[in-house]
Design a protein around this ligand. Structure first.
Ligand code: IPM
Ligand code: MG
Length: 364
C-alpha cells in the first residue's frame, strides 16, 4: 500500500492539511497516511524543526503532504533550529531537486489579480525551480572578520553561489520534458551578464536544449524576467531557473494570478518521490481563525496523486471538484469579491468533498 507522510507544520498548516486529508479520504482509495510534527510545532514537541522520526517517516513514504512552516515567534532562534530548516532539510535529505510551481489564473478569479484582467486571463505558466543547489546550499558560508574587501577587519557575512554541470543538466531535462507536454517553449532565466555560476547555467541549458530540437529555448536575465512577468506574463510558458531566482519569481508569478491561496507545488527527486505543498506560507496572522484557503493544499494533493501515487484519475476528480466549487461561487476571504459567497476553510473543504462524492454517485 502506498504511504503518505502528512506533515501539517505551523500557522494555517494544520487547518489546510486537514481539509486536504478529508478530500483524499473521500476518494476511497487505499492509502496509509501517517502524520508527524515539522517546523515550529516539532521544535516545541521535539526540540528540533525536523526530528529524526519525521525525517525517517518522510524518507520511507512514497509522497509527503506538507502544510507550511514558520512563525515570527521563532525568529530569534539560532538558524539551525528555525522552522524553515525543516523544509530545507527535507529538500536536501530527500534530494528533491525539481520544484514545479504552476501559476494558473482560474477563469472565475480573473478579477482577483492586481493586473488588468486582459493581461492575465487564461494565464498558465509553469515555473521549474532548481531546489537543492545555488546560494541556498553552497559552502562555505558564515560570518567572520573580513580578511579584505572594502572594510578589512569589519564583521562580514558571506554565502556561496554554485552549480555543477550535472545539477544544471538534470533540471534542464526536466524543463524540456515538461515543455513537450505543453506548448514546446522554455525560457531559462539567469544572470549570466554578471555571475559565473549563471554563465555555466546558460551554457549547459543551451547544450541540453540541442537534444530537444522540437522545443524553442530562449534566455532571459532575471531582472528582465521580473519585469516581463508583470508586463506580458502570457508570453511565458515553462520557465526554468535556479533556486534563488526561482524563489523570487515564483512568488511574483503566483501573485499575478491574484490567488496565491490557489496554487499547489510539487518537489520531486530522481526516484519520483515527492513533497507536495501549497505555494503560500504559514500565514500566522490568520492561523486558527478558520478563514485560510485550503484549495492550494487540496490541489497539491491532486498533484501528489498524479506524480507520485500513480492515480491520475483521482487527481482529475479533485481538480474538477475544485473547478466545480469555484463555479458554484464559493470563495474564501482571500479570493472573495462581490456576488460570490464567502466561506471558511472547513466549508470549502466540505464543498470539495461534496463535489467529489456527488460525481461518484452520478457515475455509479
Ligand atoms: C519557498 C519558501 C522557502 C524558500 C523558505 C520557507 C525556506 O520561501 O518554498 O519558496 O525560500 O525556498
Ligand atoms: Mg519562497
Amino acid at each position: 500500500m502506498k504511504k503518505i507522510a502528512v506533515l501539517p507544520g505551523d500557522g494555517i498548516g494544520p487547518e489546510i492539511v486537514a481539509e486536504a486529508v478529508k478530500v483524499l479520504n473521500a476518494l476511497e482509495l487505499e492509502f496509509d497516511m501517517e502524520a508527524a510534527p515539522v517546523g515550529g510545532a516539532a521544535y516545541e514537541s521535539h526540540g528540533h524543526p525536523l526530528p529524526e522520526s519525521t525525517l525517517k517517516l518522510a524518507q520511507e513514504a512514497d509522497a509527503i503532504l506538507f502544510g507550511a512552516v514558520g512563525d515570527w515567534k521563532y525568529d530569534k532562534l539560532e538558524r539551525a533550529l528555525r522552522p524553515e530548516q525543516a523544509i530545507l532539510g527535507l529538500r536536501k535529505h530527500l534530494g528533491l531537486f525539481a520544484n514545479f510551481r504552476p501559476a494558473i489564473c482560474y477563469e472565475q478569479l480573473t478579477h482577483a489579480s492586481s493586473l488588468k484582467p486582459e493581461l492575465i486571463a487564461g494565464l498558465d505558466i509553469l515555473i521549474i525551480r532548481e531546489l537543492t543547489g545555488d546560494i541556498y546550499f553552497g559552502q562555505p558560508r558564515g560570518r567572520r572578520t573580513a580578511p579584505d574587501g572594502h572594510f578589512p577587519g569589519a564583521e562580514e557575512a558571506f554565502d556561496t553561489m554554485r552549480y555543477s554541470r550535472p545539477e544544471i543538466e538534470r533540471i534542464a531535462h526536466i524543463a524540456f520534458q515538461a515543455a513537450r507536454k505543453r506548448s514546446q517553449r522554455v525560457t531559462s532565466v539567469d544572470k549570466s551578464n554578471v555571475l559565473e555560476t549563471f554563465q555555466l547555467w546558460k551554457d549547459v541549458v543551451t547544450e541540453v536544449g540541442q537534444q530537444y530540437p522540437d522545443v524553442a529555448l530562449d534566455h532571459m536575465y532575471v531582472d528582465n524576467a521580473a519585469m516581463q512577468l508583470v508586463r506580458a506574463p502570457k508570453k511565458f510558458d515553462v520557465v526554468v531557473t535556479g533556486n534563488m531566482f526561482g524563489d523570487i519569481l515564483s512568488d511574483e508569478a503566483a501573485m499575478l494570478t491574484g490567488s496565491i491561496g490557489m496554487l499547489p507545488s510539487a518537489s520531486l527527486n530522481e526516484r519520483g518521490q515527492g513533497l507536495y505543498e501549497p505555494s503560500h506560507g504559514s500565514a500566522p496572522d490568520i492561523a486558527g481563525q478558520g478563514i485560510a484557503n485550503p484549495l492550494a493544499t487540496i490541489l497539491s494533493a491532486a498533484m501528489m496523486l498524479r506524480f507520485s501515487l500513480d492515480q491520475p484519475q483521482a487527481a482529475d476528480r479533485i481538480e474538477s471538484a475544485v473547478q466545480h466549487v469555484l463555479a458554484q461561487g464559493l470563495r474564501t476571504a482571500d479570493i472573495h469579491s462581490d456576488g460570490t459567497t464567502k466561506v471558511g476553510t472547513r466549508e470549502m473543504g466540505d464543498a470539495v468533498v461534496a463535489a467529489i462524492t456527488t460525481k461518484t454517485i452520478t457515475k455509479g
